[in-house]
Design a protein around this ligand. Structure first.
Ligand code: XLS
Ligand code: MG
Length: 343
């Protein structure tokens, strides 16, 4: 039934429940145990932050980082898992307090670039050529603290340096309008694709769309996906859900707005997303209230909802849809979709 679709999530999606107002409420699950959970939950691929793959990487030499990543590749092979991408974690180190590539301090910008090169080495060792850039702190709390034109120049130059560092890597930019920053420089997929055009090799820069990030920008995720698909730049998706304009909730896919989720599945399926090897990523977190032994259900549930919506999308009568479009009877089309979702 899944057909061409294959699924990934990141180890951070099995989470201890800490939030800005309270500590962890569930026991930590060591990485090795998490890896063993993937297949059981219906997933074949792993999304990585660089330091999920190689913990404490800042205290290791480049050679040591590569050696550790190669060991991990063997573990993944042993479990029959594939690494989807590696994302440099540029938002926790003290040198990234005011951003990585757009930091006002040249020493901090240098750190961000060096760290990104290590992330590329890790991706190479794990057998993937996809780097995801979630530009977490590339923005401001107050507009006057950075020059937005210079910031975009710096982002383009950092990405070019990464592209030049490795001839085969591809970079997928993950847009998000806010959180942790008040405003970021790459809030939407249009911005991400535009930024790619300013780099040394635009053909190797694409994007990843996270549903909640599009919703936080006041946009419909399926329209963002359509935009990226038209540009042939949709290289990954992070499906989840979001209840309005608040903090990034990473709710289970479809749990807030089934119709919005339906339209995401529909546009992906209609335009053969996945035919060039793209994965369906889930970037979901379970509720803080969930107890230890049932704290991974959000992952299998999100996958299950994707597949149910896929079935619904494929069973929708295209003839009826086309005829209502031809008559411009969108009220009837609206009802058709609602009834179909209620079947
Ligand atoms: C955070 C992002 C993060 C990326 C990978 O909001 O979604 O999880 O997907 O760095
Ligand atoms: Mg994400």
């Amino acid at each position: 039934m899944a057909g061409k679709f294959k699924f990934t999530f990141g180890p951070w999606n099995i989470h201890q429940g800490a939030d800005p107002f309270g500590p962890a409420v569930r026991k930590d699950i060591e990485f090795g145990k998490k890896i063993k959970m993937y297949k059981k939950l219906g997933f074949d691929g792993v999304q990585f932050h660089d330091d999920d793959a190689v913990p404490d990487m800042n205290s290791l030499t480049a050679e040591q980082v590569i050696a550790k990543a190669k060991k991990l590749k063997k573990v993944l092979d042993g479990e029959g898992l594939t690494a989807e991408f590696v994302a440099p974690r540029l938002w926790e180190d003290a040198r990234t307090i005011d951003g990585g590539y757009t930091n006002n301090d040249p020493k901090c910008r240098k750190y961000a670039i060096e760290r990104s090169k290590r992330a590329i080495d890790i991706a190479d060792a794990l057998g993937t050529n996809l780097i995801v850039l979630w530009l977490a702190r590339e923005g401001t709390y107050i507009r006057e603290s950075k020059d937005s034109k210079v910031a975009v120049d710096r982002l383009a130059s950092a990405i070019s340096t990464m592209l030049d560092y490795h001839p085969n890597i591809r970079i997928a930019i993950e847009a998000k309008p806010n959180e942790p920053m008040d405003h970021t420089y790459i809030p939407t997929i249009g911005h991400a694709i535009g930024l790619g055009l300013l780099t040394s090799d635009a053909s190797r820069v694409g994007c990843v769309i996270e549903s909640a990030h599009a919703i936080l920008a006041g946009l419909d995720p399926s329209d963002e996906m359509g935009y990226a698909l038209a540009h042939k730049k949709l290289w990954s998706v992070h499906l989840n859900d979001q209840n309005g304009l608040k903090f990034d909730q990473d709710k289970s896919f479809g749990s807030v707005d089934l119709r919005r989720a339906f339209n995401q599945v529909r546009i992906l399926d209609k335009h053969d997303y996945g035919k060039d090897g793209q994965w369906v990523g889930l970037d979901v977190k379970t509720m803080r209230t969930q107890k230890d032994d049932v704290a991974a259900k959000h992952l299998s549930n999100s996958r299950e909802i994707f597949l149910k919506l896929l079935k619904l999308s494929r069973s929708l009568s295209e003839t009826k849809v086309e005829s209502l479009i031809a008559q411009r009877d969108y009220e009837e089309l609206d009802l058709l979709i609602m009834k179909h979702l209620l079947r």
